[in-house]
Design a protein around this ligand. Structure first.
Ligand code: SF4
Length: 360
């Protein structure tokens, strides 16, 4: 568990907190702008619920290929309950239960799992599956597919595995100039779901100049949750002096939120939870924008808010930029079980005590 209270601060942090508090006048208190949408998206909710149900139905261990979602708190909570996260299928005993995470897997991993007679549950986010299907379609039509994304990310590895001979990874606008393709009239681009919208658009603009005939899917690959969380930061950060993004360092969409805040000239900290907060970051009278990446539980958001209330007497103002009502069904293998078992998402949801009128 992540330590929650001000007492869990390091001594230097406590001293800084004392200085900050002693400097506060009666009229000056910190204001928290609580961004919405923030936190869990529909894909993460579905993946977490799937792992919870698999543990309830089949008992421990349940093996998970890579982290279920890129969040330290979520992964540690499930590890404590008997989930085993693996990077190689050789770590999974023959015939055992294996769950594919929200980021998806390549066909090669599915084949390997079948050859080891693993029982599998596929918790890939449907919006990641959409990108896989687009890759398969373009490859069948003989296109070279330019995948805009970050090398080494689980989702990129899985998507590229669908058509490795037809795909090239593009990470920057500069990389576009060096691309070599067999037929410049048969080129299409796809994107990772969790990119910065602005960065992706810079690369796409360059691609359109270099390949005027380039094709792309009718609907964006950058998912609704990534776009909405970025829109909230873009809209609200002008009103804040500091931005706190709840999320893990290996969470792509959380990293993008912190980068976006910094690009708008704000100090931004990407933190896993309240114990990462350093009171010396604050004067105590500023406006702080608080948001969370798509894999960060509401519980850790609430813990941070409680800490800032205790240290600085912070007040909270909820600001909803866009309403989200997206839901993805459970994987087929678990659907009937979902009616009989309760979900663990309550473990990550927080008490709701600090929730405000946005209803999120
Ligand atoms: S961030 Fe988007 S693509 Fe990733 S799991 Fe959530 S909804 Fe799916």
């Amino acid at each position: 568990m992540i330590p929650l209270s001000g007492a869990s601060l390091q001594p230097t942090q406590q001293a800084a907190a004392f200085v900050s508090l002693s400097n506060l006048g009666d009229a000056s208190v910190m204001k928290i702008l609580l961004a919405s949408p923030r936190g869990f998206c529909a894909g993460v909710n579905m993946a977490i619920e799937s792992l919870d149900l698999a543990l309830q139905m089949f008992g421990t261990p349940v093996y998970v290929y890579h982290e279920i979602v890129h969040n330290k708190y979520v992964v540690e909570t499930f590890r404590d309950r008997g989930a085993v996260f693996v990077d190689h299928l050789t770590e999974v005993p023959e015939g055992a239960l294996l769950l594919y995470s929200a980021h998806g897997v390549s066909p090669q991993i599915r084949e390997l799992a079948a050859s080891r007679k693993l029982k599998t549950v596929d918790a890939t986010c449907p919006l990641v599956t959409k990108v896989h299907l687009e890759a398969i379609r373009y490859a069948k039509l003989g296109y070279t597919i330019l995948l805009i994304g970050h090398e080494g990310h689980d989702e990129v590895i899985g998507t590229m595995g669908e058509a490795p001979e037809s795909m090239l990874l593009v990470e920057t606008p500069e990389a576009v100039d060096a691309l070599q393709v067999p037929d410049e009239r048969k080129v299409a681009y796809l994107t990772q779901t969790t990119l910065s919208v602005d960065d992706a658009n810079r690369i796409i603009s360059r691609l359109r100049v270099r390949f005027p005939h380039i094709d792309n899917p009718p609907k964006d690959d950058i998912c609704y949750a990534t776009q909405n969380r970025q829109e909230a930061v873009r809209t609200l950060s002008s009103e804040a002096e500091i931005v706190l993004v709840l999320g893990s360092q290996n969470s792509s969409n959380s990293q993008r939120l912190a980068e976006l805040a910094r690009e708008s000239g704000k100090k931004a900290h990407l933190i896993d939870g309240a114990s990462d907060i350093n009171a010396a970051w604050f004067r105590g009278d500023e406006t702080v924008l608080v948001t969370a990446g798509a894999s960060a539980p509401e519980l850790v958001v609430e813990e941070c808010i409680e800490l800032l209330k205790r240290l600085f007497g912070a007040t909270v103002e909820a600001r909803m930029v866009r309403r989200e009502e997206v839901f993805f069904p459970l994987p087929r293998e678990l659907r009937s079980a979902g009616d009989k078992h309760s979900s663990t998402n309550a473990h990550f949801a927080g008490s709701g005590a600090s929730r405000t009128s946005d209803g999120s």
